[in-house]
Design a protein around this ligand. Structure first.
Ligand code: SF4
Length: 363
């Protein structure tokens, strides 16, 4: 339990709480810090971090859950593919219950569609190798953490000469939406708790422009209570000193330059593209599409399909929640019409969704 107990030590956590309280004492204006990682959102709720902070420090959740930020149009296309007779859809389990415009993959599987839950994109490659008469489409959803493994699966499929493995890619990169939110005058973000896993790949240096151009303090923070409390203290200190720089609290994992190998695999297979984010809209250069050299593996290009007309879920505030403008409690459907058992929106489905976290730990 080394490296776990130490980072959950009650005395250390309350020590940080006291230092933060002393630092912010006498402030009338609250400091607003946003986390942009679903695992942080879950950890903040699970460990009751908000209850340890003084009223001057406000934590809000941003677009940190990759499943949640994936728009309905992507789900609708996946559903259209699963209805083709020679297609097997392979996906991580968290996509199964996300509602598209009129149905979910779970419902489609109950109606007979061949949809398999896999634990690695390489399982999907193996599925394609075992089923030469079928087209296997892997649902490529995730940030910079997940994208290298999916890029790797395309490289493996290419090396094996497979012509029936495809990826429906909706990968997104985190720094650009952070800039959009940083510039939003309604939010007035005073600091970012930068993601841990993503930063292990892209490196803390990727947030430098937020500190320089937007003058927002950034701290790459780990997931344990001690990590988060220390990250908040570091943000508060920067703010009170009138500084804006990128700091690494999670130095046992994250380096300034990131993981060069993962970055190299990413840039071999993917190129930047514009991407639609649920709630935020289209952000130029914030997505990753399969590059021309590997276009044969790109389901969106290689397999035409008719997709149903897009519909949003009436009353669901996921879009505003993903921008940090409202909290789950502000949604009239939270905990009544919308629950993890019967989710209306993606934020209640995903294990990293803000509404799911609030439902599980905050009620
Ligand atoms: Fe959408 Fe449900 Fe969250 Fe409301 S509680 S915003 S309906 S996911």
């Amino acid at each position: 339990m080394n490296y776990l107990n130490e980072f959950r030590n009650r005395t250390v956590v309350t020590g940080f709480a006291e230092r933060i309280r002393q630092l912010t004492a006498g402030r009338s204006e609250p400091m607003t810090f946003m986390e942009v990682c679903g695992t942080h959102t879950m950890a903040i709720c699970q460990f009751g971090i908000r209850s340890l902070l003084p009223p001057q420090v406000r934590l809000i959740s941003g677009p940190g859950c990759p499943v949640c930020v994936t728009p309905n149009s992507y789900l609708d296309r996946a559903v259209a593919y699963c209805r083709l007779p020679d297609v097997i859809i392979a996906t991580f389990g968290d996509m199964m219950r996300v509602p598209g415009s009129s149905t979910s993959l779970m419902e489609e599987r109950a109606r007979g569609a061949d949809i398999r839950i896999v634990y690695s994109p390489l399982d999907a490659v193996a599925l394609a190798a075992k089923n030469p008469g079928k087209r296997v489409i892997f649902l490529g959803v995730g940030f910079e953490t997940t994208a290298p493994t999916i890029a790797g699966s395309i490289l493996v499929a290419a090396a094996q000469g497979l012509d029936n493995y495809f990826v429906l890619a909706a990968h997104k990169t985190i720094p650009k939406p952070m800039a959009v939110l940083a510039a939003d005058p309604e939010l007035r973000i005073d600091g970012f708790i930068c993601p841990a896993h993503v930063s292990a790949v892209i490196g803390a240096g990727a947030y430098g422009f937020l500190a320089e151009e937007y003058h927002i303090p950034c701290v790459v923070t780990g997931f344990e209570p001690v990590d988060i409390m220390q990250g908040v203290e570091m943000l508060a200190r920067q703010m009170l000193e009138g500084k804006s720089r990128v700091e690494i609290q999670y130095s046992r994992v994250v380096k300034w330059e990131g993981n060069k190998k993962a970055q190299e695999v990413l840039s071999r297979v993917f190129t930047p593209c514009d991407a639609d984010w649920r709630g935020i809209g289209n952000i130029p250069g914030s997505g990753l599409e399969i590059s021309a050299a590997y276009a044969a593996f790109d389901a969106a290009k290689a397999i035409p399909v008719e997709v149903e007309e897009l519909r949003e879920h009436a009353g669901c505030l996921c879009g505003e929640i993903l921008k940090g403008k409202v909290a789950p409690d502000d949604c009239p459907l939270f905990g009544t019409t919308c629950t993890p058992e019967a989710p209306v929106g993606a934020c209640m489905v995903s294990s990293e969704g803000t509404c799911a976290a609030a439902y599980k730990y905050g009620r």
